[in-house]
Each structure stands twice: as C-alpha cells, then as structure tokens.
Design a protein around this ligand. Sequence first.
Ligand code: GLY
Ligand code: MN
Ligand code: MN
Length: 518
Amino acid sequence: MNQTQPASNDQPIEDRVNNRSQRPTSEAFKTFMASSWAPSSTELPARAAVADHAALRRRAVSEQFTGERLVIPAGPLKVRSNDTDYRFRPHSGFAHLTGLGLDHEPDAVLVLEPTAAGAGDDGGNHHATLYFRPLAGRNTEQFYSDARSGEFWIGARPTLAEFKAQLGLDTADITELELAITKDVGDPKIGGMSIRLVRKADENVDALVDTARFNTAQNPEELDLSELDALDDKLTEALSELRLLKDAWEIEQMKVAIAATAAGFEQVVKSLPRAAAHHRGERVVEGAFFARAREEGNELGYDTIAAAGNNATILHWTRNNGTVVEGEMILVDAGVEADSLYTADITRTLPVNGTYSEIQRKVYQAVLDAADAAFAVAVPGRKFRDVHTAAMEVLADRLQAWGLLPVSAEVALSAEGQQHRRWMPHGTSHHLGLDVHDCAQAKRELYVDGIITEGMVFTIEPGLYFKNEDLAIPAEYRGIGVRIEDDVLITADGPVNLSAALPRTPEAVEAWMASLAG
Ligand code: GLY
Ligand code: MN
Ligand code: MN
C-alpha cells in the first residue's frame, strides 16, 4: 500500500487509477525529480517539404470564408481500455491544413483568424495559429508525472518553436486557446465574429464554441442550432472537397504508401505456406502485412481484410480468424498508411497453392475485365460514376453468359433491375488519400456526379462474391469471392495505375507467387 495515498473510500474514483504507480509525493522527491537534467535541445528542425503545400491549402480555405474564424481540431487521445489509449491519429482535415502526420498532436487546434482582406498569411484573408500543448521543461512536474504527455513517459514532444520552424505557421500554447476561440464571438449582424468549427473532432472544442455562441447570442433561447450546424457543416464540406485534387506532395505520399503496401503484399505471399498450416491462417496473413505497415509506415490505413475461401464473400471480413486452405483463394484487402497519414487501398485475390483452378480463373478474369473497362473510362472529362457503370456492364454481361442472372443483362442494368448487384453490392470507386474513403463529405455533384479531373486519386475495385449460402447460383460458384483493387492517379494523359507493381492478371499473379516461393 502506498503510504502517501489515503487508504479510504474518500479517494476520488478518478484518482485510483494512479494507485498502482505508488509515486512518492514528498517535496524531496519532487525537487530531486525536477533537477539535474541536461537541457533540451534548442536546435530547430528544417522547414518541412509539406509546409508550402499546406500554406496553399489554408489559403484556399481562407478565400472561401472571408471574415470568419475557422476552428479545426486535431482531436484528443481516445481511450481503448481504462488508462490505455489508441495510437493517436489526428483528424484528416487538420493533418491536411497543417501538414502534420505521425502522432501529432493530441488536443491541438488550428485556428484561422480573419484579417483584413489580403492582409493574412501569404496575401490571404486569415492568419493561422496552431495551438497545442508544447513540450514541458525537464524541471517541471509534467515532465515526470504526466503519463500521457510527459517526456519521461512518452518521449520528447515538439516545442512551440520547433513546430513553428517545421510547419511555417504561428504556434501558441494551448492555454491560450479558449480566449482565441471565444473572443468577440457574436452576431455578425451587429459586428460580432462568426465562427465555423469542424465539429465532432474534439468534444471539448465543440463545447467551447457552443458556449461562446450561447453566451453571446442576443436571445439565446432563439438560437437556431440547425443554422449553426449548417455553418459548421459548410467548413467540413469545404475541407473534404479541397482534398478531391491532390497536390504534388500528396501524390508523392500516395506513392510512398503504395510502395510500402506492395512490399506488404510480398510478405503476404511468403506467409501463405505457414498460414495454410496454422489453425488461424488468416491471422498469419494479417500479421505478415501488419509487420510491414509498422516497419515502413505509420500504421494500417484501415483494418486488413484477410479473407480465405467463403470469407472472401463477406465484404468487411476483418475478424480474420479462419483457416487458409490449399485449393481455395484468399482475398487480401490492405493498405499501409505512410508517416504522412496518406494510405493505399489495394486488394489482390490469390490462389493459396499458387495456381487458380478453372472456375476461380473464370470468375477472376471477369472481375479483371470489369476493372479494365473501368480503367478505360477513368479519363479527364468523364463522370466519376461512369467508372462504376463500365464495370457493371462487363459483370452483368458475364453473369448473363454464365446463366446466373434471372433477367437479361440489359434489364439488370436498368435502374428498375440491378439484379447483378446481388453479387457486386459495393461501389467500384472511391477517392483515396488521408482517409481510405477520402473526401466523404464532398457534395454529391463533386463526387459521384463529379467530373474526373487531373490530380484525382481513386480506387478501381470491382468484385464478385458468391456465397456458400447462395441458392441462386450453381454449386460450383459457391464460396468464391474475388476483388481486384488498384489505386489510380488521373493525369492529363489518362489514368496511371499507381499499384501496377502488384501483378493483376492470373498469369502474372501465378508467376509472381512462384517467384516468391521457397
Ligand atoms: N478497404 C476498404 C475499401 O476497399 O473500400
Ligand atoms: Mn477501396
Ligand atoms: Mn480496399
């Protein structure tokens, strides 16, 4: 028992988590712990390559919201269990506008403060400040006592000067955030400051903004919350739409993520013999990929799907506790998230023993043909939805030819039909970037009804999924799921398959697997 803690029921419940540490509370201990440490380095990092790009992104946002304060939180650490947190990952809109990646920075908030028109950063209409909890000095109690942010526990964190030098934007201590967010907020009609917030990233910041709006409203009881939500939603929408076109730095990061993912798939292939001999072979495959994700990148961009046999027909099979059986296929959908937080999203469907059976090859080839048809229309000027349509035409035709469709392909492809979607129920493409399903808050007319434009990065990922339980198809098809997913960059000359290093055709997949065997 720690003698310095009250051994009674009076101890607040939230303090009890610290009992196990038995940290002394004597003044002698505190004084000694806060002394005799070498000073922290004062060397400043170089300006990051992303800084100029992030400045242009902030400038684009600034132009859309002249005269309004914009608040973009990174979000807090999230509890996984008791006093154990998930690995931190900032909100993608925050990462995009600051250029921060890795585990930077819990509780940070980017505030774009309006200036006179043209008098802001880089001639824009706002001045950006990043508020965060800077590294505490080694002579402070936080240094050794705060297990969530103290250097003694989690290593050195950035100082205000370091982030300023690295990111090229002003920085301030998080203790100044409340005033920065709340000052002068009020009804713009009478000279108050209008504020827009990326909501739901950090509930403490949500509460701060709500309180400021409530306290400064002329008639708080008449505050129209849906109107305020709409204000905030417009900012979230704008940040999502800003990411529809990737800049040169982002495209490089996508290539980094995709190269690491390709390396991960090599490990997947090499793991198959061990997976086939293991009672939870899918986990062997998942683990082989994950090792690469941590070695080469920050993390996974999303939970790996390692789905063997009939599990490949379960679209979001991430339990991955099944067996991997010779003669079956395994569908692996996996992506490495780079340190910059950009992620790949690639699927390959592999024969476990290295050779596709006749029926497996037949289904695989249909999906590949659908993907190729989708690539053919993924050109600037076409509609995003045309990519899906092209893939569906191939799959409906093939399903008709195999006698699986209860109607003609033509009827199935009509809006009133869609019977083919029983076996391909998901979309063929989604934008890809900081989020695996990037730009998800963009307006429909810029996304699914949008025009394919140079600088877009999206997936092409048709599939066919024939479940064991599917009585609408002959037995020979059952238990086969195939998806082929590639990551595509749109250029003036058409689509570039960024994931082309991973073989796609059945012959190339077999040759690749053979080359990695043994
Ligand atoms: N891995 C998720 C997706 O393909 O959309
Ligand atoms: Mn995808
Ligand atoms: Mn995927």
